[in-house]
Write a new protein. Sequence first.
Length: 148
Amino acid sequence: MQRWIAAGVVAMLLLFGGGWLAYRSYKQSLPHPIWVPLPLNPALPVEKRDVLVKELQAKLGERGILVKVSKDVGLTQKWHLASDEEGARELGQRLFVKVGEADTPQGKIPAVLIGVRGTVKETVVSGEIAMRLMEDVWKILGIKPPPK
C-alpha cells in the first residue's frame, strides 16, 4: 500500500511540476509591446498628428534604417537569424508608430508612440530596439535629442 501512495505522490508532483512549467512557458509567450512616447503639443490638430505618424512610419520602415538598427542592436544573434536583412524584415513587421497618450507631470498629453511588438521573454531586446529607434526619430525630425 505504501508503494502505491509513494507512486501517487510522485505522479502528483510530476503533474503539478509539468503544469507549472507549461503555465510559465505560456506566460512568457504572451504579447508585450514596448514603446517610447514622444510628447506632442496638445494644441496640434489631429490631422497633423496623423500626418506625422504616417511620415515617421514610412521613414522608420525604410530598409536602410532597419538594417542599421538590426546591426546596432545585434538582432542576428538575439533572434537567431541568418543575416541583418532578415533582422530588418522581422523588425519591419514588428515596428509600429501610432498616436497615443503620455503621462507627464502636467497630466496626460497626446504623444506619438514608437515601438516594437514582442513577447514577454523579448522585453529587454524590444526595449533596446525602441531606444535605438528613437535616435533615428530625432534625426528624422531634426530635433536635438534630450540629454541622457
